[in-house]
Design a protein. Sequence first.
Length: 479
Amino acid sequence: MLTVLIFIAALALLGQAFIGLTFFVSCIWEGEKRATVFAGLQFSGMLALAVVFLFLTGAGLFETDIGLTFLVGGLVLGAIASFLLMRRTAANLRALEGTRGLIIGNVKRHDEREIVFARNRSIRPSSEQYRVFYREHPEYEEYDAKRREKGGPLGHPGTIDTPNEGLNVAAALASLSIPIYLSTPDKVEPETHPEMRGKKINLSPEEATERTKGYTKTLGADLVGIAEINPLWIYSHRGEIFYENWEDWGKEIEVRHRYAVVFAVEMSFEMVGTGPHTPTMIESMRNYAKGAHIATQLASFIANLGYSATASHLRHYEAVLVPMAVDAGLGELGRLGYLITKEFGPRVRLGAVTTDLPLMPDKPVDMGVEDFCRICNKCAMCCPSNSIPLGDRAMCNGSLRWKLNAETCFEYWGGVGTDCNICMRVCPWSHARTFPHKVVVELVTRNRTSRRLFSFMDDIFYGKRPKPKAPPRWAQFNN
Ligand code: SF4
Ligand code: SF4
């Protein structure tokens, strides 16, 4: 019996030292100096404990009464700690309902004309649209006029990486040209290819779902889910104009489709780690371009099957993508206003195709994000423009959520000349998915004890206000 107890204890101590070692190696690989020091200390402590245990075993300590008491006590404590960290606590039933679980009042469909990007990019002073919009929304006019004078986020003079931002801005703009190119009506609502016309292909929803998801992943998506469309998440009116199609501005958007294929592409941990510097903007634009490319081809694929399909991507949104992604089971809405996925945290960009092709909807998920965000607050503490609220969620346009202040966030983007991404960088869910981080994510999705412990440890290992990391050599902005 004693031999079995000693074997279990030795295995547990060596196991935790192994996990400590993987975390130490992971921190070096991540380029996290502070975390490397703490992980090194933690691993040394775990290893020392295992060595001392083996030494005491050899010295026969556990054959004495006091030694046996220590051994049994240690094993009981270890078993309790393991149970507390691994048990699965009650599910968050609201999260399992997706966005329907968050609706507590009247939700008005979002009007794209009111979005900060549309106001700043699409409404030109002295235009008819300017007159119409500010007559209905005088509250924005003065504020937007000042904002416009400062320029947009894409590397105007005076940015955070001035005077060496040119190369990175050039790369970001190169990617940005792809979604614009893919935003004309023939691309976002493709017609059936001439060779396939009149040959509607009948598929069962199961088969159509398998084909559609498989094709989306083959095109480069990292995650894909299907949502049955809640019409509230389709914009009510068009507000973004990119190729002088002014007749579309203010046009009502009909809800024509029943399903949405929603997908996410992973943003590089290394590039996001540099936020708010220019490499993070290259990464955002690269993934918007990738998303536009996937959405356009997917819409074309569905059109060739004989069904109607519309692509939603950076330069042509019909769908409000974050709530739709929640309904498609890709993740949960976090305090920072982005989708948080289990696989990559908020380090993703989204795209979608809405369609009348019958598909099998996925179910929303409960990963403990609501609970974790209540404990954590890190994004709100690190946001330089105080755009992310502290405290609990509140009702906003009929839904319960943390309301990001998009105005002050955009204002900060204009100041630094990038899309910032500090909140995405510091979020504990954003760590690279190395083995120890995968273990942590698995545990925090299970219970509150793990959420509390690992939120606290994240502050210890990475700091309450983690600093940006160095970019890869090719994307350096310092000479
Ligand atoms: S940083 Fe913390 S509070 Fe903010 S979204 Fe991530 S987990 Fe939630
Ligand atoms: S992108 Fe930057 S400014 Fe905007 S909410 Fe996140 S941290 Fe704040």
